[in-house]
Design a protein around this ligand. Structure first.
Ligand SMILES: Nc1ncnc2c1ncn2[C@@H]1O[C@H](COP(=O)(O)OP(=O)(O)OP(=O)(O)O)[C@@H](O)[C@H]1O
Ligand SMILES: [Mg+2]
Length: 340
């Protein structure tokens, strides 16, 4: 029996760091600034680092490091990168038997263009992760899992998102009998771009089945339509929509968590960072690892924060993940509690 099954992407990440990447302010870009290089010339790269990433496998890496029995479900390309994904998970102790490969697309690649200490942009090739269908999932094999952790599912795979949720928490009644009543799998969900844009209404209709919703401030604002700075109203609305715990991360400003009765808040240690890729996955999976093991929300916040802090000190979303019992170099963060 699995403690947790993770869903989401498995990617090859290529970090390209160069002092010659320039940040220019321009209204031609939605963010008001662009990452630019000289056209028509060579641009020298200071560092080129190959790593693995993707929400599905990053979170699986934390769960196995925390001593939990975890399987990853996803699709990779029928290529050497796909084989590397499988080999790495095998080495980490993640159950990889439910990974399928496809000839339909290559294994996803993210190219992270980083102007050190300034800004980064990510070129995303979604590839095979995009193409997961419900036929690719060995439902019978995963139905005894205690938890599912779902990260963003995009493209064709976004159609599987409601299927996974409804499999974990079947409708109470369909045509007069209980369907799949044996399944009562707990759900932790960190929705991705497609869930928050084209499928937003669908996501909202499923929130009452989610035990732990993990979003950042901007994502919380998209779901509720409330300004991201208005934390009180955001939680009021999210607590109405979600029966369980709502986690709202705020990057370097830390995190706020509500269980509907109390709002817990914490900052981050005074650690600095090298590359923030993977912080969201490290926090979410660290937090859920603690809750799965019956720990308090305070301790879950401390473990999520310690895991994220350790990951942002290194390049690569799986580098720095804490092992069970480890807390990393920094003090545990203080957590305040405000009754609602
Ligand atoms: N520079 C940092 N140093 C230490 N911890 C950090 C840092 N940035 C983020 N964290 C921790 O990681 C958590 C999640 O980060 P963040 O809010 O950036 O998630 P996100 O926006 O979902 O990120 P991602 O782009 O990875 O999806 C934060 O709440 C914080 O606890
Ligand atoms: Mg995120």
């Amino acid at each position: 029996m699995f403690d947790v099954v993770t869903f989401g992407s498995a990617t090859r990440d290529i970090f390209v760091r160069s002092k010659d990447f320039k940040i220019i302010e321009s209204l031609d870009f939605v963010t008001g600034k662009g990452l630019a290089i000289n056209a028509g010339s060579k641009v020298y790269v200071d560092e080129l680092i190959f790593a693995s990433g993707g929400g599905g496998t990053n979170t699986a890496a934390t769960f196995t490091s925390q001593g939990l029995k975890v399987a990853y479900v996803g699709l990779v390309g029928n290529d050497s990168s796909g084989k590397e994904v499988v080999a790495e998970l095998k080495k980490l102790g993640v159950i990889y038997d439910f990974i399928k490969d496809t000839d339909g697309a290559d294994t996803p690649v993210s190219i992270i263009l980083s102007a050190p200490k300034r800004e980064r942009s990510i070129l995303v090739y979604e590839g095979a992760s995009h193409l997961l269908t419900k036929e690719d999932i060995l439902w019978e094999k995963i139905k005894s899992a205690k938890w599912f952790y779902i990260s963003g599912l995009s493209g064709e795979s976004s159609k599987v998102f409601p299927e996974i949720i409804n499999f974990a928490k079947p409708q109470r009644k369909t045509s007069g009998f209980l369907r799949g009543k044996e399944n009562n799998i707990k759900l932790a969900v960190n929705p991705g771009h497609d869930q928050l844009t084209k499928d937003l209404n669908l996501l909202k209709s499923l929130l009452n089945k989610i035990d732990i919703l993990i979003v950042n401030q901007e994502e919380a604002s998209i779901i509720t339509g409330i300004d991201y700075q208005n934390e009180e109203e955001l939680f009021k609305k999210l607590d109405e929509l979600v029966d369980g715990i709502v986690v709202m991360s705020k990057g370097p400003d830390g995190v706020a968590v509500s269980d509907g009765k109390v709002i817990y808040r914490a900052g981050i240690p005074n650690s600095g960072y090298v590359d923030r890729t993977g912080s969201g996955d490290a926090f979410g999976s660290g937090f859920v690892s603690a809750i799965m093991q019956g720990k308090s929300i305070e301790l879950a916040i401390q473990l999520g924060t310690a895991n994220a802090t350790s990951v942002v000190q290194k390049i690569g979303a799986k580098n720095g993940i804490l092992k069970k019992g480890e807390w990393g170099e920094w003090e545990r963060v203080g957590v305040t509690k405000t009754p609602i």
